[in-house]
Design a binder for this molecule. Structure first.
Ligand code: NAD
Ligand code: DAU
Length: 352
């Protein structure tokens, strides 16, 4: 079986669902169930003997050791993290705790597990670390896209903590020989994304006729990737990626934030017409402190070595995503109750 951390979050739950739908071996999902973890994402697996869930903190090394001893996975796919840049600005401590210390504890548990495996299983074992393009910092309009050799220059507490985790993973390969592989991916979107991130937040607000809060001038650029394409890249890297290597994963879909918001408004207008349309809801608000201007991914390595390329275009991915949020209003309502309201108040209500 394989062990997935953070499998109740956005990308992790898409990965588990796709993995099992594709006939992959059984999965044990280890998740602390923070505000971002939602067992409902995996409700369709209830009663499926191939799926096991363990509620635990990756920073609890004894718990991780016990789970590894019980399930004896042949691979770990590590998604668990605090993942939202704005939250890292309001409260960086949790990011250091989970992303740096938690990854360290998980690596220690994984190393013990790996060392105790018989030779053939030891050889086949993989620790796949899921990371982000934000570790490379910010690009100007004309800079070349991030490659695997771009120097690290993280700018937010989130990206700094992910950079720390990447360095630890690298060191565990270099020093101890742990068979690791790291992916650094651009902005994901798709089903089950918590509506604190740009795309689901804009869809949810638009459907309620609320303002669509664009930070600063809205001209920042992100490279958008449909989550199913990211999951496929992870499967390929797990199967055939070279240990000790890093693979950048991107959608080849650089867009300004305002273009993304307008695309969402226009897609909503086609699927759920609103008198006067949705674009008029766009509202410029105070910028994110330290806001990175542009991210772009050079994904030539994963394409050349593993034959991966995204299947969705930005247009097809956005249409699928908007359709999913329209069809899953109950999921959105459930995740927007409770803690979510406090976050919205904290991040937006005092913003000029
Ligand atoms: P998410 O916030 O939606 O989910 C994170 C999951 O991790 C949640 O289920 C949460 O409960 C769990 N978790 C948090 N702290 C934990 C802990 N201490 N122990 C165990 N579980 C814990 O995140 P996501 O957007 O799905 O991102 C998944 C991974 O992919 C992260 O490592 C993130 O840095 C990386 N990534 C995300 C994106 C993106 O656009 N969302 C892009 C590139 C890389
Ligand atoms: O690049 C990969 C990263 O993408 C991941 O590592 C992170 O986990 C993920 O959260 C994402 O980070 P971003 O900060 O780029 O994503 P977010 O959806 O928060 O914001 C996207 C852009 O939209 C960014 O420039 C900020 C802007 N924005 C965001 C929100 C929530 C707004 O203008 N208004 C908003 O309300």
């Amino acid at each position: 079986m394989i062990l997935v951390t953070g499998g109740a979050g956005f990308i992790g739950s898409n990965f588990v669902l796709d993995w099992l739908a594709g006939g992959g071996e059984p999965v044990v999902n280890v998740d602390k169930l923070t505000y971002a973890g939602n067992p409902a994402n995996l409700a369709s697996l209830s009663g499926d003997a191939r799926y096991r869930f363990a509620q635990a903190d990756i920073g609890d090394q004894a718990a991780m050791e016990a789970i590894l001893a019980e399930h004896r996975p042949r691979a770990i796919v590590h998604f668990a993290a605090e993942s939202h840049v704005d939250r890292s600005i309001h409260g960086p401590g949790e990011f250091v705790q989970t992303n740096v210390v938690g990854t360290f504890r998980l690596l220690e548990a994984a190393r013990g597990h790996w060392l105790a495996l018989p030779a053939a299983e030891k050889e086949a074992f993989r620790f796949l670390h899921v990371s982000t393009d934000e570790v490379y910092g910010s690009l100007s309009e004309t800079d070349p896209a991030f490659s695997e050799t771009t120097a690290y220059a993280p700018n937010s507490p989130y990206s700094a903590s992910k950079a720390g985790s990447d360095h630890l993973v690298r060191a565990y390969h270099h020093t101890y020989g742990l068979p690791t592989v790291t992916t650094n991916c651009s902005n994901n979107y798709g089903p089950y994304q918590f509506p604190e991130k740009l795309i689901p937040l804009m869809i949810a607000n638009a459907l309620e006729g609320k303002p669509l809060p664009v930070y600063g001038d809205g001209r920042q650029v992100r490279d958008w990737l449909y989550v199913g394409d990211h999951c496929e890249a992870i499967r390929m890297v797990l199967a055939r990626g070279r240990t000790g290597e890093v693979y950048n994963v991107g959608g080849n879909a650089e867009k300004r934030n305002l273009e993304v918001v307008h695309a969402l408004c226009d897609t909503l207008q086609e699927m759920r017409p609103r008198e006067g349309g949705y674009r008029g809801l766009v509202t410029y608000v105070a910028d994110r402190p330290g806001h990175d201007r542009r991210y772009a991914i050079d994904a030539r390595k994963i394409r050349a070595e593993l034959g991966w390329a995204p299947r969705e275009t930005f247009e097809s991915g956005i249409a699928r995503t908007v359709r999913w949020y329209l069809d899953n209003a109950a999921w959105v309502a459930q995740v927007r109750s409770g803690e979510y309201r406090h976050w919205i108040e904290k991040n937006y209500e005092k913003r000029a």
